[in-house]
Write a protein that binds this ligand. Structure first.
Ligand code: CU
Length: 355
């Protein structure tokens, strides 16, 4: 019961918003590190749980959770850790335990997860169980409903084997069927030297409407989501062991809990003469159309705790991410109807009518 109320508390606290840079399962496969980095002041918590049902007659369930926690520091930098309580990568002679902890830093060198075009992230890491310096270079390419992913991984001491140096390659594809539903598949393996146990996964991922959470149902043969764990399958080739499970992503906005993250406070709103103010609040744009004469300016004011965008369905240039308390102004010179939406929250819709 206590555990349930804690879970509910986390759920209640979490829908503070979705920064564009927040981690979304609609842009990466289950065994891909992705290129996500939480925004400054955001702590990303991902809970991955896989399980294996042993063959009859016992049919016992063995659980394989991986917890990921990462804090964003701005400038595309994050620091975090992953903790897997039953790492199968740790079952070799070198392993003292099956508790696998990986500490990592991440720097997003280019783009952002989910943005069109290329995104690149570098992830240096240290695996405490393997006593191994690990690293990953992740590259995403997104266009419309499609994201292609690639990763190169290096490991100085592989767990569960002779502790040798290893290189791994991984690739994946994600297709978003709707703004809320995606399917993905990926494949990764140690390649130098090849050890014959490629890791694979497939997933159905969902964006939970009205929330910043994503959820995936998945099947895989890998047990943990660390750089090493995502590179190696559960069992040698020839055996057919499949783990099933889910992942849940929770961005926590620290500024909700601590005035320290509020900075210097909200600047006074200055609206140019003749401009019309459109408020964004509680994940909604103004429900009525904003009606203005040609040549007038609309100022969107973000009165929400979440970050939003004003992205026009047509060719009109839209806004970058608008922080809580921030504004975006746009002047409309030509008469017409201008529908728009919010990129991280596609259910948020509005329209400007220029006469
Ligand atoms: Cu939004």
């Amino acid at each position: 019961m206590k555990r349930l109320s804690l879970a509910l508390l986390v759920l209640a606290a979490a829908p503070a918003g979705t920064p564009l840079a927040a981690q979304s399962l609609l842009y990466r496969g289950p065994n891909m590190g992705g290129t996500w980095v939480p925004d400054a002041g955001v702590v990303q918590f991902n809970f991955l749980h896989r399980f294996y049902v042993t063959p009859g007659p016992s049919h016992s369930v063995i659980n394989y959770p991986t917890f990921t926690l990462a804090a964003g520091f701005g400038h595309g930098v994050a620091v975090g850790g992953r903790f897997a309580t039953k790492s199968l990568v740790g079952t070799g002679a070198a392993a003292q335990s099956s508790n696998e902890t990986e500490l990592f830093a991440r720097w997003r060198a280019l783009g952002a997860e989910g943005k069109p075009g290329f995104s690149v992230a570098l992830t240096p890491a240290y695996n405490l169980l393997a006593k191994s310096v690990d690293g990953e270079v992740s590259v995403d390419w997104t266009r419309g409903a499609l994201t292609l992913e690639g990763a190169g991984r290096g490991v100085t001491r592989e767990l569960g084997t002779s502790g040798q140096r290893q290189l791994a390659l991984a690739g994946g594809v994600v297709t978003r069927l709707t703004p809320y539903i995606a399917v993905s598949a990926d494949l990764g393996s140690f390649v130098a030297p090849v050890n014959g146990r490629a890791a694979w996964s497939v997933a159905l991922s969902l964006l939970i409407p009205g929330s910043p959470h994503t959820f995936s149902l998945q099947a895989s043969n890998a047990t943990s989501a660390t750089i090493q764990g995502a590179s190696v399958g559960f069992a040698p080739v020839g055996s057919n062991r499949i783990l099933y499970g889910f992942e849940f992503t929770i961005p926590l906005h620290l500024k909700r809990f601590s005035p320290w993250f509020h900075g210097s406070g909200r600047p006074k709103l200055v609206v140019p003469e003749g401009a019309v103010v459109a408020k964004i609040a509680q994940y909604k744009f103004p429900t009525d159309a904003v009606r203005i004469p040609a040549g007038a300016t609309v100022v969107w004011v973000n009165d929400d705790v979440a970050e939003h965008t004003v992205t026009f369905d047509g060719t009109e240039p839209g806004s970058p991410m608008i922080s809580p308390g921030g504004t975006f102004s746009h002047r409309f010179d030509r008469p017409g109807t201008y529908p728009y939406h919010c990129t991280p929250h596609p259910f948020m819709k509005g329209v400007v009518v220029v006469k």
